[in-house]
Design a protein around this ligand. Structure first.
Ligand SMILES: [Zn+2]
Length: 244
């Protein structure tokens, strides 16, 4: 059997009347009638090998890589939008058993253990998350201090978490939880989410009074809300490590 530059499968089908070639992202399929001689199917595939290779390349190119972590695990050169500024991220395989992230001058160097290569997606996400937890907590803390004094809205703590559907929440004891992906949103969007959750300390709903309080802190908050509406979902999708 010859080697082809794409995954290949032969399938017999009781309903097939003749040979058929199908090309998908996952590879090529040759569907043949139940009693068709296999060597003739191979000859047919061989005859169409160039066409199959072109179609397979097209299929693969047309599909965007699933998530940021897929790209990262494939060793692509990456960039991260840290509060609206593009920071480069270089991934290097290393011999040790632990992953390391070096952050310097608005760039990242990520070292991932070569022997855990099948796990790079998860390890990369965890390294970035661990860094962002501290980094974002500091920036969020600045916004909390800036806004809480004026209205005596006292947050007990700020926690940076992985949240799959929300940007923030305010706990019963006034802990403010923030989605770590706000790291990749503009600073003004982080400010809006902080103000939103701070205002829940006073109003635990989304009543008119709640929105009036938000507006008193951030008169132009509508722009940040629509940023989240427009970009939020794709941000969550792009950085979701568990996949859809
Ligand atoms: Zn809310």
């Amino acid at each position: 059997m010859q080697e082809y530059p794409f995954p290949l499968q032969l399938k017999r089908s009781a309903r097939a009347k003749r040979l058929r070639l199908i090309v998908k992202v996952t590879g090529a399929e040759c569907v043949m009638p139940a009693a068709f001689p296999e060597h003739r199917a191979w000859a047919f595939i061989h005859q169409h090998r160039d066409w199959l290779a072109v179609k397979y390349r097209e299929a693969v190119a047309g599909v965007p890589p699933r998530t940021f972590w897929d790209d990262l695990a494939n060793g692509h050169e990456m960039r991260l939008p840290i509060q609206g500024r593009s920071w480069p991220l270089h991934v290097t395989g290393c011999t040790g058993g632990r992953s390391r992230l070096r952050v310097a001058e608005e760039s990242f160097e990520l070292y991932l253990p070569e022997r855990h290569k099948p796990d790079w997606k998860r390890l990369g996400e965890r390294a970035l998350f661990d860094w962002a937890r501290g980094w974002l907590a500091e920036r969020a803390g600045e916004w909390v201090r800036h806004h809480q004094g004026k209205a005596s809205l006292r947050a007990r703590d700020i926690r940076i978490k992985r949240m799959r559907t929300r940007w923030g929440s305010c706990g019963a004891y006034n802990d403010i939880n923030l989605n770590w992906l706000l790291t990749f949103a503009p600073s003004s969007v982080l400010e809006y989410v902080v103000v939103h959750e701070l205002c829940h300390i006073r109003h635990r709903d989304h009543s008119v009074r709640f929105w009036t309080l938000v507006g008193a802190h951030l008169p132009a908050y509508a722009a940040q809300r629509s940023w989240l509406k427009e970009h939020g979902r794709s941000l969550m999708y792009r950085f979701d490590v568990t996949g859809p």
